[in-house]
Design a protein around this ligand. Sequence first.
Ligand SMILES: Cc1cc2nc3c(=O)[nH]c(=O)nc-3n(C[C@H](O)[C@H](O)[C@H](O)COP(=O)(O)OP(=O)(O)OC[C@H]3O[C@@H](n4cnc5c(N)ncnc54)[C@H](O)[C@@H]3O)c2cc1C
Length: 608
Amino acid sequence: MNEDAFDIVVVGGGHAGCEAALAAARLVGSSTRLGARVALVTIRADTIAQMSCNPAIGGLAKGQMVREIDALGGQMARTTDATALQYRLLNRSKGPAVRSPRAQCDRHAYARAMQETLRGQTGLEIIEDVACDIETAGDRVAAVRCESGRRLATRAAIVTTGTFLRGVLHVGTKMWPGGRIGEPAAENLSAGLARLGLVLGRLKTGTPPRVDGRTLDYAHMQEQPPDPDPVRFSFGWPDGPFPNVSCWITETTPEVHELIRANLDRAPLYTGQIRSTGPRYCPSLETKIVRFADRRRHQVFLEPEGRDTPVVYCNGLSTSLPEDVQDRVVHGIPGMERAAILRYGYAIEYDFVPPTQIQPTLETKAVRGLYLAGQINGTSGYEEAAGQGLLAGINAARALQGRPPIVLGRDQAYLGVLVDDLVTKGTEEPYRMFTSLAEYRLVLRHDNADRRLTPVGREVGLVADEAWRRLEAKEREIAETRALLRRVRVEGRTLEDLLRRPDVTWESLAADVPDLAALVISPEAREQVVIEAKYAGYLVRQSAQIERARKMEDRLIPPELDYAAVTHLRTEAREKLARVRPRSMGQAARIAGIGPSDLAVLMIHLKR
Ligand SMILES: Cc1cc2nc3c(=O)[nH]c(=O)nc-3n(C[C@H](O)[C@H](O)[C@H](O)COP(=O)(O)OP(=O)(O)OC[C@H]3O[C@@H](n4cnc5c(N)ncnc54)[C@H](O)[C@@H]3O)c2cc1C
């Protein structure tokens, strides 16, 4: 075999690229590394899997996605568990639908562990180079061209370039090209993508300064201890010790706010120097001060970046103010008066591909075999990127094997909601996942991600026997326990009925019922039984909604449908439907601006 010929070439070794490359190699890679059929081409091998911003994985809705990645057979959860410094289950006191695990990681250990996994993956070759063009033959991908002159012939390409496409960094009035601090931008690939007919847009994001933890005065801060009983991300991860470090909380002051207001004429976000839209839910400090002018304080979370480093990440202080202003802002915050700044905050603008140009498989509509995943699709966040990378890797491999693609439903996974939102609605600002974006969040819990998705991962071929056996055993335990709860009665009521009462817990019931006390059951299976008993009414209602919605999802629209030939369709509806090309009536109904009468017209046309 020609050494530069591959089945799948992944461009970019960020969080999307790592998952894509691993999934692709596990599914189509050969049994040796020498005969690799998958290549990962990335600018620098030593920054593969680098966390560009905060050293944490998970959080609201993101934690659910990481567990979904694990259930499908992806990597992110395992690498997180291997390198976590502390865990917290967010929303612990609220209902199970919105509880989300989050882990603070050792930044360097995480990247190193992921790099080792990639290096150990048979069928995968890592190439240090800059992709500058995608070559096609007819309407198909034929090769990825690199700046070194190397040509990687391939049957599919997955582009996961993150914030690097024509990236420009900003600190105060200074601006310079770069993909992230200390790394070059990818200057030429955008033109290559545009030549293929893809329209590009521009977005912005930013990051806070890092300080030396040895120069902080923790006596003036509030400690944020980790959870004593952590929820691990990976379903099979063994319990065991890990560092369990604390984070610290402090606050900005009215004086700091005043200082920022006085320097807005040097803030690139307010001088017109930065013109692209940034993440709404992760605003810079200067944006918070302008937007919430009456707030006198904003919280700052000080998060250690690792075990063997004094670097501390200042969560909440994202900024691109000039360095002298950043100095004064940091030193004006209680406990940070003598903080040594190790790196200043900065903002970055980069090219993205508005995602209505891709299909729910993440393949572009313009070029067969060309997939896009991660920040290039307008998302923000490691977890959103990793989830897309995994799905793109799976679908690129399946397409080569002639197998049908995996498209997850909105009732099946947050990853399904993510992809559906992107391809149906597009995005004009960095998109991040929230529980409020999912209509079936009681079903899409972090605790049942294995039950929802491990069967999918098994069918795909990414779930090993051990994980599969674990799920089977858990399902058996759940079924047997549920049967017991329905069989045993106390004063005429089944144990299941009793467990539904808000004041009854498993423990209080077991204290009165010897059959239950004698039951040997894993905490994970018991949790499922309890949640499903407590929320049975809501779950039944949600299932009925899902059933109704599924009827619309099952009404498929032929991909080649000529919308111009659909008589009586409004011009606006015709344009929007032709642009998105929905797979189903369900997806068509979610396109902004498509109303019930448009759907009725379309349905009549399809019936004919
Ligand atoms: C300054 C900054 C601040 C951020 N702030 C936040 C935040 O507040 N909240 C949040 O959720 N997310 C934030 N992020 C975003 C987060 O880092 C990304 O969402 C996530 O890393 C995206 O993953 P990715 O795999 O798509 O891309 P990245 O992690 O950016 O990885 C891209 C990879 O592609 C490689 N690459 C790029 N172009 C080429 C090419 N042409 N050829 C070869 N290799 C190439 C790069 O070397 C890199 O390895 C921030 C990112 C930056 C840079």
